[in-house]
Design a binder for this molecule. Structure first.
Ligand SMILES: [Zn+2]
Length: 181
């Protein structure tokens, strides 16, 4: 298998947020890695998902991403919630008891092309249940990256200090020097 290089500035977030991070800013414009099947290949490979690398899969995944972004941005956004529910309706959770008394959950999609989007959507539901107030978008106004704040106090503000935290600090310093607030 050839080595795929993931060009994204941030990786390693939980699946639904990792999906949102397929869009990032390049020279002031949003760049969408899922604009073609090569990007789909890189993203699915990075997440250990074996998906049909066809246009239908890409379209369904982008639909799931739009819904996840809408709900993550505004929990009360009806359109976003309905879109997320439409994606969730393409999947189901199969629960079973394991030998040690534990319960195992497996998520299934109705078609292979929906599988990655469905997994991400159920992943978001899981985050919304467990850690809803830790789903964050980077606070830098021109950054579109997302992360799960796992800091002890829940005070993380930036995708990364190097990329956005320092930029914001520099801007505050500049504003102070120039008498703006
Ligand atoms: Zn950022």
């Amino acid at each position: 298998m050839t080595q795929l290089t993931d060009p994204r500035p941030m990786t390693g977030e939980p699946l639904p947020l990792d999906l949102l991070n397929t869009v990032w800013m390049v020279d002031g414009e949003p760049y969408d890695m899922l604009h073609d099947l090569a990007g789909l290949h890189i993203w699915s490979h990075a997440n250990g998902l074996h998906v049909p690398l066809v246009e239908r899969t890409r379209r369904h995944l982008v639909a799931a991403r739009d819904a996840i972004r809408a709900v993550s941005s505004d929990r009360r956004d009806t359109t976003g919630r309905e879109a997320l529910n439409r994606v969730l309706a393409h999947g189901r959770v199969l629960s079973s008891g394991g030998p040690g008394g534990q319960v195992e959950h497996v998520i299934e999609a109705d078609t292979e092309s929906w599988e990655p989007g469905v997994l991400a959507a159920y992943g978001l539901v899981d985050l919304l249940e467990r850690t809803p107030d830790r789903i964050r978008r980077c606070e830098h106004p021109t950054c579109v990256l997302w992360f799960l704040d796992t800091s002890r106090n829940g005070t993380r503000r930036w995708c990364s200090m190097e990329r956005c935290g320092n930029r914001a600090k520099a801007k505050r310093h500049y504003d102070r020097q120039h008498g703006e607030r």
